[in-house]
Write a protein that binds this ligand. Structure first.
Ligand code: PLP
Length: 364
């Protein structure tokens, strides 16, 4: 008897995170889990110091290196604590003196954590307009004298906005890429450091991916009070195994990275991502009298699509009908209301088409 459901029994999952994983990857996990590579134990039961697990870490880092097109001057850490811990680690290691673009809830949290650690400059805030817009491509953010880095959030998961350009600055760029990691080609040479919780585009929760220039990671310039475990240098010098890592999670991030490679890499993900997003945005835009998108059109996200009906009662009815059709996790974040469809890499086009169909028929 198979321990797996059939692909047909799966729901159309629009969860904002942890998000959907490809069925193919779930099958690989189920097949390999009880007896990892014929070793007679699972990956969750072996020493993280074993040569087998070292191989898993090397494979995962190598797959991500290929996907991101990283040069030898970049390094990848696979640590814990989520993107939320990075909000603190960035200023502890690179700051104080960060310049921040406050484009949403998570960006606001990053600002707050940086402020705890010292002088922080909020160079932009979209709060007054409920974070529906982003800075334009023309705006520059060089920051005051002594500024150390520019931090921004490439995709604002709650509000459904996404940068489609790199902010102009003469400062080193640092970015929270949690919700659009490996979903499109990015010139990584422009960044000193990026970080992402894996649980949206790249695997299960519990693994935080930090990609940064080697010298940024390996040269600790912070305050002596910074605890050992919160120093990038600690994790870099210990080849990302200073303490017991999330062994299972790191393995699955590797499986997910190789799945993206099989789909054609990040360029193919972007093409597919645009096709998927267009299906939903065009269905919403056909009925401006019935549906309103939250984000300004020019900064609409390809990952999280936020929209609402004219009344909360209609939103509720929409979600009830969605549920009846096995379309789940469409409720918008409480700060935004309405609906949110998260259509990360692994959400199949068929699921997105099913949602576009619901948007059209419900509107009628
Ligand atoms: C853009 C962004 N940053 C940070 C976070 C927080 O991530 P974590 O739960 O991994 O700390 C999230 C989670 O949804 C997010 O979407």
């Amino acid at each position: 008897m198979s321990i797996l459901p059939t692909p047909n029994s799966r729901k159309h999952n629009f969860s904002a995170g942890p998000g959907a994983l490809p069925f193919e990857v779930l099958e690989e996990i189920a097949r390999e889990l009880p007896d990892f590579r014929g070793l007679g134990i699972s990956i969750m039961e072996m020493s993280h110091r074993s040569k087998e697990f070292e191989g898993v870490v090397a494979d995962t880092r190598a797959a991500l290196t290929r996907l991101l097109g990283l040069g030898a001057d970049y390094e990848i850490l696979l640590i814990q604590g989520g993107a939320s811990q990075q909000f603190a680690m960035v200023p502890m290691n690179l700051g104080p003196g960060g310049v921040y673009l406050n484009t949403g809830e998570w960006a606001s949290k990053a600002v707050e954590e940086a402020q705890r650690w010292g002088e922080t400059f909020e160079a932009y805030s979209g709060k007054a307009e409920t974070f529906r817009d982003l800075p334009s491509e023309e705006q520059r953010f060089d920051g005051p004298v002594g500024a150390k880095y520019l931090h921004y959030t490439s995709n604002n998961t709650l509000y459904g906005t996404q940068f489609h350009h790199l902010p102009r600055t003469n400062l080193p760029l640092v970015c929270d890429v949690s919700s659009d990691f490996i979903s499109r080609p990015v010139d990584m040479t422009r960044f000193d450091l990026v970080y992402a919780g894996a649980q949206k585009n790249a695997g299960p929760s519990g693994v935080t991916i930090v990609v940064a220039k080697r010298d940024v990671l390996r040269t600790f310039k912070g305050d002596s009070r910074v605890p050992t475990i919160f120093r990038y240098q600690t994790h870099a010098e210990n080849e990302t195994m200073y303490n017991t890592p999330n062994c299972f999670g790191i393995w699955v991030v590797g499986l997910m990275a190789r799945w993206v490679e099989r789909q054609g890499g990040v360029a193919a993900m972007e093409v597919l991502g645009r096709e998927k997003a267009d299906l939903i945005y065009s269905a919403i835009d056909e009925r401006p009298d019935f549906y309103q998108g939250h984000a300004v059109k020019a900064v609409r996200s390809l990952m999280n699509i936020t929209f609402r009906c004219a009344t909360e009662a209609l939103d509720e009815a929409f979600m009830a009908e969605a549920d009846r059709r096995s379309l789940i996790s469409l409720k918008g974040h409480r700060k935004v209301g309405g609906m949110r469809a998260s259509i990360y890499n692994a959400v199949p086009k068929e699921s997105v088409a099913a949602l576009a169909d619901l948007i059209r028929t419900f509107g009628r």
